[in-house]
Design a protein around this ligand. Structure first.
Ligand code: ADP
Ligand code: ADP
Ligand code: MG
Length: 492
């Protein structure tokens, strides 16, 4: 493979091209009119504008991507994450045109992209599933019987859902029919597929996922877990590896399950198997993401393995150069997602120009970004500015390095998630490791960020945060639904 086209933008386009360069592979960037001055365009060996800003007119134009690839004699296409990365039709088209899709085969993408099909596929292996229905709901009275058997609260999920969208919690039987109907209608309008199913709503879970790699010679390994329980709108904001709650035994069991999930769909390349963990002991398979994950750097930091290079080698048909026993984890890594969002205002996007932009540096600090000072954050895409990653010999050191890196990261012109992240990683619940997916509704209010400079105020904020939790009590379901009520497709 001599030349790779990256069908993506921003930090992930930079990230992929960096590995290509290290491997001596030429790179082609494609960009929309909104990204003309972006670093990934300058960094690429060749760059072609493929259309107006809207994703549907540029990054999602399969015909243009193929045309550019053919004109420039591209051998392989890397889809990054988001956009066309989980589009089986695109993967097939690339292959049919005689090029290599750097990702799994179309069948695996298709199966795993549908949560019900994925559950059916893994059911032939010994993989624990969240108690729930295994077929799309067609009949409301029958679904109610199933829901009662499972026990309220339950979660209605769109089979085609993703990116934290397409979920509805139903707390009580009396709300079931109304909520179910709304979920079905929303699933049709957002994903073009009204299939929904029911899962038991796990009250205080952790999100634990495993990185897997599978080659074309039947070898499957896992690269340990990532803890991604700190979420807003069911979407991750802070990730770490390893998780503080996995015992070596549980890690081995879950890792084996993750490899079996990959085997069940004849997986190829890098993928992520997501689990939900209850009471730090029972785990259930949630879904598989058939692409490079946003948070892949924490795995790279603890294993020393470059996941993009592995994706490329696997796509070239090479055998994995290591076996499970060779993979070792060293130290601890944290990632915070720096979004142009205002944590003081419900994490709503805060788009603008980066008037000041100075990255932090230092031992164990990595910044994966795609912007420079003076650039505007386009309104058309995901508002992620960068990912700030640290590594330390211990979790404590990784947290300290992250805290300092956040202080050193100078961003002016837009609000970012960094103040929230600094608060979260230094919060007693995070530091002690005793937290779950409800961290944000439980502990965070905009007030905790006010005057976060003085130690005394910091303590006061933590105490206020705790009082709020007690006051809020069990309100987390209501909270989830209020977030869900405005979910819509925003695949960029
Ligand atoms: P990760 O698990 O890699 O962190 P995210 O859930 O944050 O994944 O999604 C990664 C990217 O893919 C985001 O840009 C997200 O918006 C997008 N995405 C993935 N699946 C969907 C979907 N079905 N609908 C909308 N966006 C999606
Ligand atoms: P998506 O495709 O949107 O990523 P997932 O099934 O991976 O959907 O779920 C996203 C998040 O929603 C999880 O990380 C978790 O926080 C929450 N979630 C999903 N299923 C359940 C469940 N059965 N009980 C409680 N929370 C859940
Ligand atoms: Mg998921």
């Amino acid at each position: 493979m001599k030349k790779i086209l990256v069908a993506n933008r921003g930090e992930i386009a930079m990230r992929v091209m960096r590995s290509c360069k290290e491997m001596g592979i030429s790179t082609v960037a494609v960009f929309s009119e909104a990204d003309r001055n972006a670093p990934f365009v300058k960094f690429a060996g060749e760059a072609v504008c493929i259309g107006p800003p809207a994703s549907a007119d540029s990054y999602l134009r399969m015909d243009k991507l193929i045309e550019v690839s053919k004109n420039l004699n591209v051998d392989g296409i890397h889809p990054g994450y988001g956009f066309l990365s989980e589009n089986a039709k695109f993967a097939k088209l690339v292959t049919d045109e005689g090029m290599t899709f750097i990702g799994p085969r179309p069948d695996a993408i298709k199966t795993m992209g549908d949560k019900l099909a994925a559950k059916e596929t893994v059911s032939h292996y010994n993989i624990p599933l969240v108690p729930g229905t295994d077929k799309a709901i067609v009949n409301v009275p029958e679904a109610l019987i199933a829901a009662k058997e499972i026990g309220f609260p339950i979660l209605v999920k769109a089979s085609a859902g993703g990116g934290g969208k397409g979920m509805r919690t139903v707390e009580k039987e009396k709300d079931f029919e109304e909520q179910l109907t709304m979920a079905m209608n929303e699933a049709i309008s957002a994903f073009g597929d009204g299939s929904v199913f029911i899962e038991r709503y796990i009250t205080n879970p952790r999100h634990i996922e495993f990185q897997v790699l599978a080659d074309a010679h039947g070898n499957v390994v896992h690269l340990f877990e990532r803890e991604c329980s700190i979420q807003r709108r069911h979407q991750k904001v802070i990730e770490e590896a390893p998780s503080v709650v996995l015992t070596p035994e549980l890690r081995e069991t879950m890792g084996k399950c993750a490899c079996d999930v990959a085997r069940s769909c004849n997986y190829l390349g890098a993928g992520t198997v997501e689990f939900i963990l209850e009471n730090n002991t029972n785990f259930y398979f949630l879904e598989m993401n058939t692409r490079l994950q946003v948070e892949h750097p924490v795995t790279e930091m603890i294993t020393g393995i470059d996941l993009v290079q592995e994706q490329i080698k696997i796509a070239r048909g090479e055998k994995l150069s290591f076996i499970q026993e060779d993979i070792k984890a060293t130290g601890h890594s944290l990632e915070v997602r720096v979004y142009a969002e205002d944590p003081m205002n419900n994490f709503l996007p805060d788009i603008g120009t980066l008037e000041k932009y100075i990255q932090p540096t230092g031992e164990g600090v990595r910044v994966d970004d795609g912007f420079e000072e003076g650039m505007a954050i386009p309104i058309y895409y995901d508002p992620m500015i960068s990912k700030l990653i640290t590594h330390g010999a211990t979790r404590k050191e990784a947290i300290e390095r992250m805290t300092k890196a956040i202080d050193d990261y100078k961003i002016e012109g837009v609000k970012t998630t960094m103040p929230f992240c600094k608060f979260a990683i230094n919060h007693e619940a995070f530091v002690s490791g005793n937290f779950d997916t409800h961290f944000v509704p439980k502990y965070f209010t905009p007030q905790v960020l006010e005057g976060h400079d003085s130690e005394e105020e910091k303590m006061a904020a933590i105490i206020v945060g705790k009082l709020i939790v007690e006051y809020k009590g069990e309100n987390t379901y209501a909270e989830l639904n209020s977030e869900d009520s405005n979910w819509k497709l925003n695949r960029t």
